[in-house]
Design a protein around this ligand. Sequence first.
Ligand code: ZN
Length: 215
Amino acid sequence: MTASLSIEELIAGHAAGRLPEPVAMVVATHLSLSPSSRRLYDGFNEVGGVLLEGVEPSPMAISSFARISALLDDRALDEERTGRLLGRSSRWPSPLSDYVADQLPEDRWRHFGSGSELEIETGSLDFRVRLIRVKAGRAVPKHTHGGFEVTVVLEGAYRDQFGRFGPGDIEIADGDIDHQPIAEPERDCYCLAVTDAPLRLTGRFSRFLNPFIKM
Ligand code: ZN
């Protein structure tokens, strides 16, 4: 099962300038870390006029994106992307760096069992954007989604049943997807996530914990 919204659709929407700011910020952060998605974005921009008229992105653009993605070894890219992260003047990739300071006081993080999260103010009432920090080797509570969840990995990596997600990778989840991301053991995993509805915990303790989930 995959989400009903694809990465290609998100990138096409961003190229057409149609995404709400919080979603655009997360997609643009992904683009700044992912050369393959950036190429797809540039391709969509070239046909931007067509997209604005409501025509679907061409199957050719989408299949070439899939081919490029298949050729790229995510692990090999981790170092390059992390190197780019470390080489920046800001800790966070652009445009996220416009929204959050490099040093985030510990009291701004809200802790949950295996990690913590920090709200990012975007001024939107419809979307919630968070930095999520999962401790090395620990699992996020098993959950499904009341709406869409778009997650971009910033540092470290996690795995769920859909694969491995390293720096710059993006995962889209919705109400059809029930997953439990687990951070790889080497280091803490930092992600940027945007949601348009509350998550719903689905593990053994979900009955008790769901009332505490804000969104
Ligand atoms: Zn999720």
